[in-house]
Design a protein around this ligand. Structure first.
Ligand SMILES: [Zn+2]
Length: 401
């Protein structure tokens, strides 16, 4: 066997691949070899090839690099002020009158250059990288016009150029109504006719998202966005059933959506629909926690129907100022009842699926990209177990330590 570029020896490998009966294949005293950007060997250390560089894992746990599959990490400013106001007793109306809410994020993004957006977003990205995150999805959605949505997506792409991490971008023009606009159908026309084709033309869009909710857009309006995405041959995702059941998930399933996200109010019919379409349910416990939601997503129903469940930070300034995927795993387990194994699958294999990247990343499998995390823990469950503790030892992105 020829020499690999990198070999990591004596690790306990949690592959993320199924071993049947709900178990995940674990390899004790394992090794992985990396050639170029890909995994050229995964198996027992005794059969591993030699490497130009060899790392002794000393029995540590090795997992796939983590994947944060739902973020709004590109934004400007923060909303600590309105959070403080609310805790001091202000009503939502008072907060809105003081200039709070999503409109304040839109104004801050519009007032910032692309480079300023990158500068402000980097510390948040670095926090995730320090926890072994190797792929991140970043949405637009605070620009809400052609130029500013494109600016956000360019900033997202730049983040991927500045740091060793894979960035996938999602256009979320249909996130909220821009300041001053009154007619939702007219605004959706702007998303469909101006924003999306422009951003797609510039190569800035990997997927298309919308917010289907009473306070955002109705299924009929989302359908127009999805039709355009289909025309542009872009996959779709949806913020759905977060605060009420609008039937967004059923619509998303109709379009073979990669994922439906939040889904606290998803009903049985909705679960069946996304089970049939192979759509991933992305759970966002950070937002549930931060805005003190009461309705939990139907985890047992999703499990029974065999719907893959992913977990993500939903990092955003208004409802989930969260930049820890490890803490997200803990919240997913404590608040929603995911098993530690489901939580880990939710930030690896199923998160990759939610981004349409299953063939490239998400498991430690021969032929996939060498995106890995090595941890100072022995058991996989320890990753979701601790709160505010980061046991990352080393991180490998596309073969680079
Ligand atoms: Zn979101």
């Amino acid at each position: 066997m020829s020499k690999a570029d990198l070999v990591v020896r004596d690790v306990r490998i949690w592959t993320g691949d199924s071993a049947g009966r709900g178990e995940i294949r674990l390899i004790d005293k394992g090794a992985v070899a990396v050639s170029g950007e890909g995994l050229s060997y995964v198996g027992p250390a005794t059969d591993a090839p030699g490497g130009t560089r060899v790392i002794d894992g000393a029995g540590r746990l090795l997992t796939p690099g983590l994947i944060d599959c739902h973020t709004h990490i590109v934004h400007a400013g923060n909303r600590a002020g309105e959070w403080q106001m609310r805790l001091e007793g202000a009503t939502y109306e008072q907060v809105a009158r003081a200039g709070g809410g999503i409109v304040s994020s839109v104004k801050a993004v519009r007032a910032s250059s692309k480079d300023e957006l990158v500068r402000q977003s980097l510390p948040r990205l670095d926090a995730l990288i320090a926890e072994g995150v190797t792929t991140i999805e970043i949405k637009s959605g605070y620009g809400l016009d052609r130029e500013n949505e494109a600016k956000m997506l360019r900033a997202a792409r730049l983040l991927g150029a500045e740091r060793p991490i894979t960035v996938t971008t999602t256009h979320l023009g249909a996130h909220a109504m821009p300041p001053g606009a009154t007619d939702k159908d007219t605004y959706i026309s702007d998303v469909v006719e101006r924003q999306l084709p422009f951003a797609a033309d510039e190569g800035l869009v990997d997927a298309v998202d919308a917010f289907c909710e009473g306070i955002a857009f109705a299924p009929d309006q989302v359908r127009r966005v999805f039709e355009k995405a289909r025309q542009l041959r872009l996959p779709v995702k949806l913020h759905a059933e977060q605060l009420s059941n609008q039937g967004g998930s059923k619509l998303a399933a109709e379009y073979g959506a990669l994922s439906v996200d939040h889904i606290e109010y998803l009903d049985e019919e909705g679960v069946a629909a996304i089970a049939r379409s192979g759509t991933v349910g992305v759970l966002l416990p950070g937002a549930y926690y931060f805005i003190k939601e009461k309705q939990k997503p139907p985890v047992e129903g999703l499990r029974k129907a065999g719907v893959p469940m992913a977990l993500a930070t939903d990092c955003n300034p208004g409802t989930s100022p969260l930049t820890s995927l490890l803490l997200t795993m803990n919240l997913g387990s404590t608040l929603f009842g995911l098993t530690p194994q489901e939580a880990l699958l939710g930030v690896t294999r199923e998160a990759a699926r939610a981004l349409g990247r299953s063939t490239e990343v998400g498991t430690v499998t021969f032929g996939k990209r060498a995106d890995l995390a090595i941890w100072n823990v022995a058991e996989p469950a320890e990753l979701a177990y601790r709160m505010g503790f980061n046991p990352l030892w080393k991180r490998v992105w596309r073969g680079n330590v």
